[in-house]
Design a protein around this ligand. Sequence first.
Ligand SMILES: Nc1ncnc2c1ncn2[C@@H]1O[C@H](COP(=O)(O)OP(=O)(O)OP(=O)(O)O)[C@@H](O)[C@H]1O
Ligand SMILES: [Mg+2]
Length: 271
Amino acid sequence: MPKKVERPLIERLKTGVPGFDKLIAGGIPRGFFVAVVGEPGTGKTVFSIHFAWKGIEDGDKVVYVTTEESRESIIRQAEMFGMDFSRAIADNKLIIIDALMKSQKDEWTLEELSVEELINKVIEAKKVLGYGRARLIIDSMSAFWLDKPAMARKYSYMVKRILYRWDFTTLMVSQYAVTTSYAFGWGVEHVADGIIRFRRGIKKGVLKRYVIVEKMRQTPHDLRMYEIDIVDGKGMIILRPTEMRKEDVVLPYEVQKKIIENIKKEEEELP
Ligand SMILES: Nc1ncnc2c1ncn2[C@@H]1O[C@H](COP(=O)(O)OP(=O)(O)OP(=O)(O)O)[C@@H](O)[C@H]1O
Ligand SMILES: [Mg+2]
């Protein structure tokens, strides 16, 4: 008789998105560095907000870095789903680092968009929140390599290597260029322990959103693309697996090829 394989016990952090955790065997393994990618408006920030809130509920220390929206905007968005981020901040369970550099400067704003400053601030925040299991959301990392896409991989690796020691499980949001469906900052996906990809498409004149787990190390994850919804008062929900073809959500091959060629050319031109 074949010997039964013992599954190693892996501690997993729930994402807090109803219906999502069962796609990844219960949650994201502790200490993982997961890329959350997708076009604008597909739900990356909403997903990140759920992950942060679940952390607060589960007693984790949570650090949320926001580069695309102000701290106030993130708090307001969370509030719409019944998550009281202001309270969590007051209770020293959550620190939102504002890297937009537009709002009032305070202890938790970044002076410049450098990866070194980001790492230092995050560590400072962790010290203030205290010892123990922690969650980090960087929404988004793209801002840090906007003017130097060739650095994307190196930067991600730096963040992963240094912050792992601080007991973080990390979501690293990365955008797509609007027209491309192609990861902005490529090579990042190899550094990541997991990739959660959000997509969008128009079906019968209606905007639909989807999510697919493209990679999750050490996890027998679901391989299907799921339709999702974002509901007022609730947040993100997972609806059902779709039977869409890849062509329904990505650009024609010729267009993609051109975009990739352009990115490569840009990288070669970098000093
Ligand atoms: N209260 C709400 N009720 C219903 N839908 C909402 C609500 N708040 C936000 N949304 C939806 O969520 C979308 C924004 O999603 P999200 O901010 O997560 O996108 P994103 O992937 O982070 O985009 P970007 O790359 O531009 O930051 C909105 O465009 C809207 O469709
Ligand atoms: Mg966003």
